[in-house]
Design a binder for this molecule. Structure first.
Ligand SMILES: C[S@@+](CC[C@H](N)C(=O)[O-])C[C@H]1O[C@@H](n2cnc3c(N)ncnc32)[C@H](O)[C@@H]1O
Length: 257
């Protein structure tokens, strides 16, 4: 796929009500991360890319003092409505002193396409020996989905109109980034996690791949979604489980040196 410099940056829009309706599975499938985080009473913990605060709330229920940050005002409002302290902030520009005992981040880092900037901010925000527990899309994540989206864009001559919106690193690449940014990597694992979706595939597209729809004329969006959906059906639709997305996750636990 040819990329050029004038290509438009992907536009992300997160609406808390749409997220609550279509994406609860994101936080629900991340409960093992809370175990890995093992939050303790009185600890100060940051949830980076907290979304609507579902995991942030769980951490606070363990007795930790938790703060959520997210780039979306709407998601932050939803998190605040749970009674959690939450701040609108771009994860590439984290502006914290080293006050956190631990940082949790789920399904958010792959939306931040400059990983060194993000990890540098995370490092500055952690106390020495502070823990970083994360899960994100890894290499191969939603490969079938993106390949059909790009095939449909190509048919319309639009494949070069939008930057690839995600960062899906390999285990080796991300481990190197972590180490270069001053972390000791205790655990890192890339694994395939076919993910049953709660509704129709087009809801997934609206929630997670809207940036592609936004480059299309409004009149063509429904047809585009139908085309991608029809082409993915043989691979991703199961008569019993319904739609199952081809997720690959990268999970890690690291400590600030
Ligand atoms: C798939 S949601 C995950 C939310 C939550 N962690 C969960 O488990 O449900 C991704 C979140 O990352 C946030 N996000 C994307 N880019 C970001 C950035 N540059 N800085 C901070 N948050 C960002 C989005 O606003 C969105 O709420």
């Amino acid at each position: 796929m040819v990329r050029n410099k004038s290509i438009a940056k992907a536009k992300q829009r997160w609406f808390a009500d749409r997220y609550a309706q279509n994406a609860q599975f994101v936080s629900q499938m991340a409960y093992p991360l809370i175990e890995l985080l093992n939050p303790k009473k009185g600890e100060t913990i940051l949830d980076l890319g907290c979304g609507n605060g579902a995991l942030t709330k769980l951490i606070s229920q363990k007795g930790a003092n938790v703060i959520g940050v997210d780039a979306s005002e709407d998601q932050i409002l939803a998190t605040k409505n749970l009674g959690i302290t939450a701040i609108v902030m771009d994860g590439h520009k984290l502006a914290f002193r080293p006050v956190f005992d631990a940082i949790l981040t789920n399904a958010a880092l792959h939306w931040m396409t400059a990983p060194i900037d993000v990890l540098s901010g995370i490092r500055h925000a952690l106390k020495p020996s502070g823990r970083l527990i994360g899960e994100m899309g890894g290499i191969g994540n939603i490969e079938k989905i993106t390949s059909e989206i790009y095939a449909s864009l190509r048919r319309r001559g639009l494949e070069n109109h939008i930057e690839f919106p995600w960062y899906f690193p390999s285990q080796k690449e991300y481990k190197t980034h972590l180490e270069n940014q001053g972390f000791y990597v205790k655990y890192i694992n890339l694994f395939s996690r076919p993910t049953p979706l709660p509704g129709h595939f087009s809801d997934w597209m609206d929630t997670f791949a809207e940036c592609f729809l936004l480059v299309l004329p409004e009149d063509d969006r429904a047809e585009f979604k139908k085309e991608v959906t029809d082409n993915l059906r043989p691979d991703l639709f199961d008569p019993i489980k319904g739609w199952v997305a081809d997720y690959v996750r990268l999970r890690f636990s690291a400590v600030r040196r």
